[in-house]
Design a protein around this ligand. Structure first.
Ligand code: ADP
Ligand code: MG
Length: 158
């Protein structure tokens, strides 16, 4: 069944640090129809921030490039895809390790992927050296889940 929440959006913006706030606020607005808790919104915004910051700092190394964000909502779950056409990741397993950073001189914490993994239900990293990186994340919004289940029950009863 096509849920009343189902939705899709695409956003493209250049890799300026100002756009990190723009991206996270946009996703927060997009997901607001699912009536997330303050905590769920904060988790999603933080994960988006980390992914976009990585595109800017690591993917494009502060040169100008395009960042794409594609979001869909299916039932009570938001899927977020954030990609760049930057330098790519040489060793994804190493990059995912807590505290690993390739830029210790910039005082990076090396916790970006760990934060994305703990704040979202799932994250997937795809990357090709010199072609770019795509992060896919998903999170189920709890309250909406209850409503979707209730709707299904009503449909089943009808
Ligand atoms: N979009 C990206 N393009 C290229 N390299 C990336 C990208 N995102 C992450 N990386 C690599 O993965 C490492 C770990 O990322 P992260 O956990 O966010 O830590 P930090 O950003 O603090 O270095 C980075 O240091 C970088 O080498
Ligand atoms: Mg990071």
């Amino acid at each position: 069944m096509f849920s009343k929440y189902d939705n899709e959006m695409n956003l493209e913006f250049i890799s300026k640090s100002n756009n990190e706030a723009f991206a996270r606020i946009t996703v927060a607005a997009f997901v607001s129809g699912l009536d997330p808790t303050i905590e769920e919104i904060a988790d999603i915004k933080t994960a988006v921030s980390e992914a976009v910051t990585n595109c800017i700092i690591h993917g494009y190394e502060n040169t100008e490039g395009l960042i794409k964000m594609h979001c869909t909502i299916e039932d009570n779950t938001i899927f977020i895809e954030i990609s760049d056409n930057g330098k790519g990741i040489e060793d994804i397993n190493l990059a995912k390790e807590p505290l690993y950073t390739s830029k210790p001189n910039l005082e990076r914490s090396g916790m970006g992927f760990t934060i994305m993994e703990s704040f979202m239900d799932e994250i997937n990293i795809e990357s090709v050296l010199n072609l770019g990186t795509k992060i896919t994340m998903k999170k189920t919004i709890k309250k909406a889940k209850k409503e979707v289940e209730e709707n299904n029950n009503v449909c089943n009863m009808a």
